[in-house]
Design a binder for this molecule. Structure first.
Ligand SMILES: Nc1ncnc2c1ncn2[C@@H]1O[C@H](COP(=O)(O)OP(=O)(O)OP(=O)(O)O)[C@@H](O)[C@H]1O
Ligand SMILES: [Mg+2]
Length: 332
């Protein structure tokens, strides 16, 4: 079995009398982009600071690429790139001087490394600008450039996209995808669910120091449905167990933008197989349906047969939002 890039086991932390982390366990496989999601105060930064060897856990164990952060912090620091949530930057130096300074601090002697990270993070045109003159998005790129100098295997980014405008966010997202293709494992935290959700291959949802659910995005939805079915039947779910009875199918929502009158589209779909509800909302039609992508394709086909021009198909919630709402569903 491959060693997980990040392995957190029964992690506890306390500030004063307050248990901030309560038995948090999760794993991130090599090559994943893991979204560490939770509301303000959930304990994300605390967990990340423990991973980055800056805080000692009260109990539990954290390993980065199989190395224990508490036992071998120096070895861990060599293989992680950690970007804190509010990184200060030295402002009265140029971008190149800033990176050269950190390359020295990391004892990176290769002369080409600064040029390589400038290129990778797309800040070559800024190299002679003062750090003080950079925009927030540009500073964020510089922060990423800095933590890439020593070519770390695992990147740990605390809220890398907070405060960025949509364009800067898209640019960071593309950069993260590039880093993944270079073989890096990336953990990024966010309290805004949709912020970078489309790049994440797996997620963990933390609430009040508890890990509610964690795993590959494709698997989590099914696992939650199994858990709920087991709770409803009074059975205690066994981790990894195959469900005895398949859970009831869930309503999913689509928003369709069509040419012409959306009411005509609503009429074409109403009462069709697997269609739960249909409503006109402004220039769009909202459709509740049961099933997966096949059903979406059927809905679009049906509209085409009825001569309705489909110009846009969006899910009402993206997959991650759906998982989040499921995972944090309040008891009714
Ligand atoms: N140094 C500290 N001393 C005391 N309490 C702290 C300290 N750092 C964090 N806390 C508390 O621990 C809890 C978790 O904080 P943490 O910063 O880990 O949350 P977070 O999930 O990163 O939140 P945010 O989304 O706001 O960044 C909060 O209740 C916070 O007040
Ligand atoms: Mg935080």
């Amino acid at each position: 079995m491959t060693t997980p890039a990040i392995r957190v086991r029964h992690l506890w932390h306390r500030f004063g009398q307050f248990d901030v982390l309560r038995d948090v366990s999760f794993e991130v496989a090599p090559g994943e982009i893991y979204g560490f999601i939770g509301p303000n105060g959930a304990g994300k930064t605390t967990t990340i600071r423990i991973m980055a060897t800056l805080l000692e856990p009260l109990a539990g164990r954290v390993e980065i690429d199989g190395i224990d952060v508490a036992l071998e912090p120096d070895a861990v620091r060599r293989i992680i790139g950690y970007m804190p949530d509010h990184a200060g930057v030295y402002e009265r130096v140029t971008v190149r001087e800033y990176l050269e300074f950190f390359a020295d601090a990391y004892r990176v002697h290769s002369l080409g490394v600064v040029d390589a990270v400038l290129e990778l993070t797309d800040i070559v045109p800024l190299r002679d600008r003062l750090v003080a003159e950079l925009s927030k998005g540009q500073k964020q790129r510089l922060g990423l450039a800095r933590i890439l100098l020593h070519d770390p295997k695992v990147l740990i980014l605390d809220e890398p996209a907070s405060d960025l405008d949509p364009r800067a966010r898209i640019e960071i997202r593309d950069l993260l995808l590039d880093l993944r293709t270079l073989g890096k494992t990336i953990l990024l935290s966010s309290h805004i669910l949709t912020e970078l959700s489309d790049v994440c291959t797996s997620v963990g949802i933390l609430e009040q120091g508890h890990m509610v659910v964690s795993g590959p995005i494709g698997e989590i939805g099914e696992r939650l449905a199994t858990q709920r079915a087991a709770q409803a039947s009074g059975l205690v779910p066994v981790p990894g167990a195959v469900p005895v009875a398949a859970p009831a199918p869930e309503r999913r929502g689509l928003k369709l933008r069509v040419l012409g009158d959306p009411a005509a589209a609503a009429v074409a779909l109403q009462g069709g197989p697997g269609i739960v509800d249909v409503a006109v909302a402004g220039a769009a039609v909202q459709v509740g349906y049961l099933g997966g992508d096949e059903k979406v394709a059927q809905i679009v086909r049906r509209l085409c047969e009825c001569d309705v021009g489909v110009v846009g198909v969006e899910r009402e919630q993206n997959e991650l939002e759906r998982i989040f709402l499921e995972a944090t569903r309040r008891p009714s």
